[in-house]
Design a protein. Structure first.
Length: 281
């Protein structure tokens, strides 16, 4: 199964882990890819299945209404009432989200190991991973397979320098040698390249509920592990001050800081994804 040495990557497939409101899934379909999406929240999974029913019926989309966890079986899921993208199986993250002024509803959902999903879908060309608190379970599961996605993105763990560097080291261990750090809060500035470097050209308009362009179209220059780690360290320090959970993250000073950054042509403080490109033989 998972450690089949003859398994091949499926270069027409994208895996959307953390489908949320299915905007990324819809974008990948428009680019011409088949898509397999994972969403733990039953309401969001149903809404996505209804809206994208033609793609499901055509065999181009498959939605797994499961939470990624360490073992198969029922698991508690904290559905956030105010921010649907903050749903999580992590009680620690759920408590943090309540400290930030939101509320949770605890429900029970089906839990799957990520390798079980991969055994169903095969290895994709690109994997987008954004599942609050369980991203690393997905990264670790790829160790059980003979091949890897050509491209991968994962929400950057910037709560501490150790977490960020460990995440990058995990990616390097999987064979990824080039990286980008993409600021998610400025997706409204992004446009797809034309002619495209990935799939078909799509005149997409991105927002903060999307992960944005991927693969060779992801914004920025590819960096070495060392350069990426250096940038990640700086972002960790910035998050400690101006991030949502930072010292001034909820104070009036944050607004002044945003104005100052805009006047000095600096990116606003946001949240970030690591993008990684595989070293192909």
């Amino acid at each position: 199964m998972a450690n089949n040495q003859f398994q091949q990557r499926q270069d027409d497939l994208i895996l959307d882990v953390g489908m949320h409101v299915a905007k990324d899934t819809e974008f990948y379909l428009a680019k011409g890819f088949r898509v397999a999406s994972v969403e733990a929240n039953p309401e969001l999974a149903r809404e996505g299945s209804t809206r994208l029913a033609p793609a499901i019926q055509a065999g181009r989309l498959r939605i797994f209404n499961v939470a990624i966890c360490e073992k198969d079986g029922p698991v508690a899921f904290f559905r956030n009432r105010e921010k649907s993208d903050w749903g999580t199986i992590s009680s620690d993250l759920a408590a943090r989200n309540e400290r930030l002024g939101t509320t949770n509803e605890r429900i029970e959902v089906e839990g799957w190991r990520f390798e079980r999903v991969l055994a169903e879908t095969g290895i994709p060309y690109y994997a987008k991973i954004d599942i609050e608190g369980c991203d690393n379970l997905c990264l670790q599961a790829f160790n059980l397979f003979a091949v890897r996605p050509r491209f991968l993105s994962v929400e950057a763990s910037l709560e501490s320098e150790d977490e960020a560097l460990q995440q990058l080291q995990t990616l390097r261990h999987l064979g990824y040698t080039q990286f980008k750090i993409v600021n998610q809060i400025i997706h409204h500035r992004r446009r797809c390249l034309n002619p495209p470097l990935e799939g078909r050209y799509v005149d997409a308009r991105f927002d903060v509920e999307m992960s944005g362009p991927f693969g060779e179209e992801a914004p920025g220059k590819w960096m070495t592990l060392e350069a990426t780690a250096h940038q990640a360290r700086a972002l960790v320090k910035e998050q400690r001050v101006w991030g949502d959970s930072g010292r001034f993250g909820r104070s009036p000073l944050r607004r002044l800081h945003r104005i100052w950054r805009r006047l000095t042509f600096k990116e606003p403080v946001g949240w970030y994804d690591f993008h990684a490109r595989l070293a192909e033989r």
